[in-house]
Design a protein. Structure first.
Ligand code: PLP
Length: 470
């Protein structure tokens, strides 16, 4: 499989090349040059496969530059009950006797769905770096979930170091404890005096120094990484088969969304032939995506316009993976994408509402909705009362909007993107009790913390990286 850029550049190489690439040289995102689809009979033959076998069937057509046996071995190591604390890896639970289902994606090491892709990334990075005899120093910024998922995935990897910036004192107590209790020679937690955007700006500044970047093999694991998107497509298949529907019958999915990586993976699954009807894009108060799907206008927000909400992992001003969706909607036309982004560059917005592309958007099955802090609390409370099920604030956004779009006779699968234990404060506000946490996290706040506090200063950050790389 060859990869191309959403902005028109061809020949980006194979899977292993785009794995380590970040943005394409023309600023676009890597996409496979075609999306192979399963014929209905082929799809039926996947029913009943265990998770790692299903992952192989879904992912291998996109990863033909890694020998089959090696890929199979990596997927077996990744999607193992010891890692995800469940034989099903992503168990599906019906909520009461409703048509709503919860797809549990958060039983991995960091208690958020990002583990599912990140754990695979840890395996495949190490493998590709080994084959190329290279090293990688991941530099990232986190406000919570990405950082801990990346660190747990890269624990003990010989060819990867992680330098993770976070805003000093601003993550939840649990998130801080989760990251800072990690004490491994290849993981460096760095807190910065400032907010999340300051951390992200520092990462950008380091990356804009091409010489430093090349000299120290600086890379990233952000949500535009194609391997992450691909790995996430698998659980849509897993959930669909777990519903046990007659062949060809549709299911709908509702996805708490920020950077659009998770829901785009669902769209990929749909393009691969999985009978998905609606893909519900749930936003919080930062409703860029909701606005697009209800008006056809994609209007990006400045960092200062992004509100801090109680579903913080969805606080975005633009959705990085959205470009992949527009690219497919535009019929894989990189010239069109460049034209749209030029408009966004000029006026911060692009209007698709009276074009033929808008018909394609509506035919794609994606629909949007938003929720507020009050909605979130109500939804958490109601899920607890109706179904005896505690959910986290992000999952609540998905459940609320998903229920709005639910159709009679069609299952609505709501993706659980984090465990409530990760966002105790908001859950307590909703139900006046503390959500349970997995035993391995009991008392984690009392463990020693390992991090380095730096000023908001790029020279200090570079000096720290250089010193640690010795
Ligand atoms: C990252 C994250 C999201 C948003 O996912 P995207 O792929 O960026 O749309 C939603 N919920 C939680 C808990 C997350 O960590």
């Amino acid at each position: 499989m060859k990869y191309v850029s959403t902005r028109g550049l061809r020949n980006l190489g194979g899977f292993s090349d785009v794995l380590l690439m970040g943005l394409a040289p023309d600023g676009g995102l890597a996409m496979p040059e075609r999306i192979p689809a399963f014929a209905p009979a082929e799809l039926e033959s996947l029913r009943g496969l265990e998770y790692s076998e299903l992952a192989y069937a879904v992912m291998q057509p996109f990863i033909d530059d890694i020998p089959e046996a090696d890929l199979r071995r990596m997927l077996q190591a990744t999607y193992h009950p010891d890692v995800f604390h469940s034989n099903d890896i992503t168990p599906l639970t019906r909520l009461g006797d409703s048509g709503l289902y919860l797809l549990e994606l958060s039983n991995g090491p960091s208690l958020a769905f990002k583990d599912i892709a990140m754990q695979f990334l840890g395996q495949v990075f190490e493998y590709v770096l080994e084959r190329r005899d290279e090293h990688l120093n991941i530099l990232g910024a986190t406000s919570g979930d990405t950082g801990s998922a990346a660190e747990y995935a890269m624990l003990g990897k010989a060819r990867v170091n992680v330098f993770m910036l976070s805003p000093h004192g601003r993550m939840s107590a649990f998130q801080q404890a989760q990251m800072f209790s990690i004490h491994e020679p290849n993981i460096f937690n760095i807190t910065v005096q400032g907010v999340f955007d300051d951390c992200q700006d520092l990462v950008k500044e380091v990356n804009s120094d091409a010489g430093f970047k090349a000299r120290h093999s600086i890379g990233a694991v952000n949500s535009i990484n194609w391997a992450r998107v691909l790995a996430q497509a698998v659980y849509y298949f897993k959930a669909y088969f777990a519903l046990n529907l007659p062949a060809g019958q549709q299911a709908d999915f509702s996805v708490p969304s920020g950077n659009f990586g998770n829901v785009f993976a669902g769209y990929l699954a749909k393009r691969m032939g999985l009978p998905i009807g609606q893909l519900v894009v749930a936003s919080n108060e930062n409703d860029v995506l909701h606005e697009f799907f209800s008006t056809g206008v994609y209007r990006v927000r400045k960092a200062a316009q992004v509100a801090q909400t109680s579903s913080p992992s969805m606080d975005i001003g633009k959705a990085s993976n959205f470009e992949r969706y527009l690219y497919l909607v535009a019929g894989a036309d990189g010239v069109q994408i460049r034209a749209w982004w030029a408009e966004v560059g000029e006026s911060r917005a692009v209007d698709l509402s009276d074009s033929s592309h808008w018909d394609a958007v509506q035919a794609s099955g994606l629909v949007g909705g938003r929720s507020s802090h009050g909605d979130r609390l109500n939804t958490i409370r109601r899920a607890d009362q109706r179904f005896g099920r505690l959910i986290d604030p992000h999952t609540a956004d998905g459940l609320l909007v998903g229920e709005r779009y639910a159709r009679a006779g069609v299952p609505m699968v709501c993706l659980e993107t984090a465990l409530p234990a990760k966002f105790e404060e908001t859950v307590r506000e909703a139900v006046s009790r503390t959500p349970p946490r997995p035993a391995r996290f009991e008392g984690i706040e009392a463990q020693p913390r390992y991090f380095t506090a730096l000023e908001n200063d790029v020279a200090a950050l570079k000096a720290f990286v250089v010193k640690k790389l010795g």
